[in-house]
Ligand binder design. Structure first.
Ligand code: COA
Length: 135
C-alpha cells in the first residue's frame, strides 16, 4: 500500500542520505532552506521509503532531493512521487517546475516531459543538468 503525504523537513534526511549520498556525512544532506520548503514522503506499507522537497519563488517551483531507498527503486515509487508533485504544483498555479538533475537520472525526467537546458555543473562527484517543465 502506498500513501504520499506532507512531512516535516527532518524526516527527509535519512532517506536522502541512504539513497543519494551514503558516502557523505549525514549532515551534508540538510539544506539551509529546508525549513522554507514543502516536503513529501511516500510511505510503502507504512514505512517511509521515498521523499521529495519543493521550494518556490512566486510561481516558479523547484524540486530537490527526490530519493527512493535503494531496496525499493525501479518499482514505480519515484514516478508516483513525481506525479504527485506535478499535481500539487498545478493546484498551486505554478508556471514552471525545474530541478538540478543528476545526468544519470535524465531519462527518468524525460518521461515526465522535462527538457534539458544548457546549464550544467559538477558537484559532490556528480554531473548535473538543469531540467525544466512548463506547467
Ligand atoms: C531517481 C529515482 C528517484 C527514481 O525512482 P524509482 O522509484 O527508482 O523510479 P521508477 O521505478 O518510478 O522509474 C520509472 C522509470 O524511470 C526509469 N528510471 C528510474 N531511475 C532511472 C535512472 N537513474 N536512469 C534512467 N532511468 C531510470 C525506470 O527504469 C522506469 O522506467 P520504465 O517506466 O520504462 O520501466 C531513484 O532511483 C533514486 O532515488 N535514485 C537515487 C537518487 C537520485 O539519483 N535522485 C535523483 C537526483 S536528480
Amino acid at each position: 500500500m502506498v500513501q504520499i503525504e506532507q512531512i516535516f523537513p527532518s524526516l527527509t534526511w535519512r532517506i536522502r542520505h541512504e539513497a543519494m549520498y551514503p558516502e557523505l556525512p549525514f549532515d551534508s544532506v540538510k539544506l539551509p532552506d529546508d525549513f522554507e520548503g514543502i516536503h513529501f514522503g511516500l510511505y510503502l506499507d507504512h514505512k517511509l521509503t521515498g521523499v521529495v522537497s519543493l521550494f518556490h519563488r512566486d510561481s516558479i517551483y523547484q524540486f530537490r532531493k527526490l530519493a527512493v531507498l535503494p531496496s525499493a527503486q525501479k518499482a514505480g515509487l519515484g514516478s508516483q512521487l513525481m506525479a504527485y508533485i506535478l499535481d500539487f504544483c498545478k493546484i498551486q498555479k505554478a508556471t514552471k517546475l525545474w530541478c538540478n538533475a543528476r545526468v544519470n537520472a535524465k531519462e527518468f525526467y524525460f518521461k515526465f516531459g522535462f527538457h534539458e537546458t544548457d546549464r550544467t555543473f559538477f558537484k559532490d562527484g556528480y554531473d548535473f543538468v538543469i531540467m525544466e517543465k512548463e506547467l
